[in-house]
Design a protein around this ligand. Structure first.
Ligand code: NAD
Length: 484
């Protein structure tokens, strides 16, 4: 298959926080991959802007090191590193002061797309937005990209939206959720809306339940201070799991256009029922030999914040009434795995007799560690011995059919940055979506705080607390095994 990399328009991209962890691990190595693929124009400029005192040469060396460490196979296979580094510039800047802004203006060109990536804490979003305007760096066509967390509750998200809206139109604001940049997430929409096969079955009449699991093997690491103010609900469910739920549950949009897609996602969030407290299980990882417990990691022996959460959620609309969605996410779990599973109902009548047990079609969409889709179908077990049935997975990753390019897909961040330059907001969260997600999340958090709910301890390297397994067992269902 012939590669279809379409170069984007010429651009200047300013990365506020260009020396930070996210810039070094994801944004800059991602841009290098787009440069090597030919998608980034050779004249495009990337300008790091952060507090550290550094010049262009120092920044280029930092990026060279970052690409060596995080650039994957491109770091060794692409021989265009020097050309890429030549496109990099640096300005020492203080988001809260006036130093560095005129120097930044001097490094930017006119007549090209201007994008500003706010890879800094949300406390600086308002300052940056305001200074971009007062220093005349942004015009009506400029874009700003903002990182998570977008608020910690409805009130703070509204305040952030208001701050940004003072200086930028909604059409210029790109709220990143990198889960939406994953190839498989887009493939999910292609499978749902590009085939006749699935959509007629995509409802409570045929779907028994849906599971969404995002499991990590790592603990909170050095982010303990931040994490203990957040927890799994705010850090993962309100954004990533909610976005996946929206894509799975939404009605077909009239076209694949930013507002048509986001209007449908918003309807899903607004249709979410409040969750009964018996349908929420929160957990904290326990100490394991010389490995810290969650409370040790966050240095708060009385912390009631969850490092794991599982919940059963319902949507009040025609399509999904009666079909539960089970969500779970946690740290220090058995394997690193993000998976959406659609479990279809049993065939209405088994002509093969009760002995053949239960066979169900299961569509499983893996986002991490490897992206892919499988559909379990029931067939006859080969060989003699009568009509015995077996479930086999149909692999729908199509890597073989599509050739090597199917395996060399852009990482989520690089894809999303190219979408920013193209001016395509489809895979970014709109302000009203984020607010609706917090409006659903806030009462749940307030509920367990009012109940003084204590998270259940769970073993590191496990599937989470026993109660999370019971959440499904009680309904005669079980979680998919977490496999890395
Ligand atoms: P970091 O602490 O490693 O880097 C912060 C950057 O901001 C540095 O470059 C620093 O110089 C700059 N900075 C801080 N104060 C500044 C100021 N007053 N003026 C100008 N520059 C200033 O943080 P990070 O891990 O890179 O995270 C950046 C943002 O991305 C945060 O909002 C974080 O929540 C979000 N995020 C990070 C990750 C990740 O993997 N690191 C993942 C998702 C979201």
């Amino acid at each position: 298959m012939v590669s279809r990399v379409i170069p984007v328009d010429d651009f200047d991209l300013v990365i506020f926080g260009g020396t930070g962890d996210l810039a070094r691990r994801k944004i800059l190595p991602g841009l290098f991959r787009r440069f090597c693929s030919g998608q980034m124009p050779k004249d495009a400029r990337i300008i790091g802007a952060a507090r550290s005192d550094m010049d262009d040469a120092g920044f280029r060396q930092m990026v060279r090191d970052a690409i060596a460490e995080f650039g994957g196979k491109n770091a060794t296979e692409c021989d265009e590193l020097d050309a890429f580094l030549a496109a990099l510039h640096y300005v020492t800047i203080d988001a809260r002061g006036e130093g560095g802004w005129s120097e930044l203006a001097g490094k930017m060109r006119s007549g090209v797309v201007r994008a500003f990536y706010f890879s800094v804490g949300p406390g600086l979003f308002g300052d940056l937005a305001q200074r971009l305007k007062t220093h005349n760096l942004a015009d009506d066509d400029s874009r700003i990209v903002v990182e998570k967390p977008f608020g910690r509750d409805l009130a703070s998200a509204k305040a952030l939206n208001k701050d940004l809206a003072t200086y930028f139109d909604e059409s210029q604001i790109y709220r990143i959720d990198h889960y939406l940049g994953k190839e498989t997430v887009q493939n999910l929409m292609a499978v749902r809306f590009g085939n006749v096969l699935f959509e007629p079955l995509w409802n409570s009449q045929y779907v028994d339940h849906i599971q969404i699991t995002v499991a990590e093997t790592v603990g909170v690491g050095g982010r303990g201070g931040y994490y203990d103010k957040s927890g799994a609900m705010r850090d993962m469910v309100q954004n990533h799991l909610m976005q996946l739920l929206c894509l799975i549950a939404m009605e077909p949009p009239s076209k694949f256009d930013p507002d048509a897609v986001r209007d449908e996602k918003l309807k899903v969030i607004r249709a979410l029922d409040p969750v009964d407290s018996h349908h929420i299980v929160r957990g904290q990882y326990a100490a394991d030999g010389d490995k810290n417990s969650y409370r040790d990691d966050v240095e708060n022996p009385k912390s009631f914040v969850e490092s794991f959460i599982a919940m059963k959620v319902h949507l009040s609309n025609w399509r999904w009434a009666g079909t539960p969605f089970y969500l779970r996410t946690g740290k220090c779990m058995k394997a690193r795995s993000s998976e959406i599973t659609v479990v279809f109902k049993d065939a209405p009548h088994s002509i093969f007799g009760a002995d053949e047990g239960r066979h169900r079609n299961v569509l499983s969409i893996q986002l991490q560690p490897n992206e892919g889709m499988t559909l379990d179908v029931t067939i006859k077990e080969p060989g003699p011995g009568g009509m015995r049935l077996v479930d086999v997975p149909l692999d729908m990753t199509f890597a073989d059919a599509l050739g090597p390019e199917a395996e060399d897909v852009p990482d989520a961040y690089e894809r999303l940055i190219m979408d920013v330059i193209r001016g395509n907001q489809t895979l970014f969260m709109r302000g009203d979506e984020v607010e609706a997600a917090w409006a659903w999340t806030d009462p749940l958090i307030e509920g367990w705080q009012a109940r003084n709910d204590v998270p259940k301890p769970y073993e590191q390297g496990s599937n989470g607390p026993e109660d999370a397994l019971m959440l499904m067992h009680r309904d005669g269902r079980r979680w998919r095994e977490i496999k890395g």
